[in-house]
Design a protein. Structure first.
Length: 147
């Protein structure tokens, strides 16, 4: 029975885990950036530059002081792996709980009475931070052997 379950396990290489992690971070970041762009387009043009500047500054700070630490922890866990691992192991299982909580918070914020142009600053910051931080994963993908 156990060997049959192992055959169903979607096992991939360490390089694939790094690529998957980078692509997931880019995908989520792009989704958040698209929400922010839509809300900013619908906002008042007089505040547009200030809101975008605030989002970009927040994104750089979130990238440097927040997400890079998470990426480094994930890299420290993934890089020593030998052989194939489960495709979902690009992040620890506890992080899936955090992601679920963050998704619920994002849905709550989108449906809150907070004006969308101001919410766009937060989404722009987190989205930009995710995209910038994903580059570190992709650098390791390019540097790792293909086998």
């Amino acid at each position: 029975m156990k060997s049959k379950l192992r055959q169903l396990k979607p096992a991939v290489s360490r390089r694939t885990l790094l690529l998957l992690a980078g692509l997931v971070w880019i995908g989520v970041g792009a989704m958040l950036l698209s929400f922010a762009a839509g809300w900013l387009r619908a906002g008042h043009p007089t505040h547009l530059y200030g809101l975008v500047a605030g989002g970009v500054i927040a994104g750089l700070l979130i990238h440097h002081f927040g997400f890079l630490k998470v990426v480094d922890k994930n890299l420290d866990r993934i890089l020593p792996m030998v052989g194939t691992r489960c495709v979902f192991s690009f992040m620890p299982w506890r992080s899936y709980l955090v992601v679920g909580l963050m998704m619920a918070m994002g849905i709550g914020l989108r449906h809150s009475p907070i004006p969308k142009p101001y919410l766009a600053v937060l989404y722009l910051g987190i989205g930009l931070g995710l995209v910038l931080s994903s580059i570190r994963y992709l650098r390791f993908v390019l540097a790792s052997p293909k086998a």
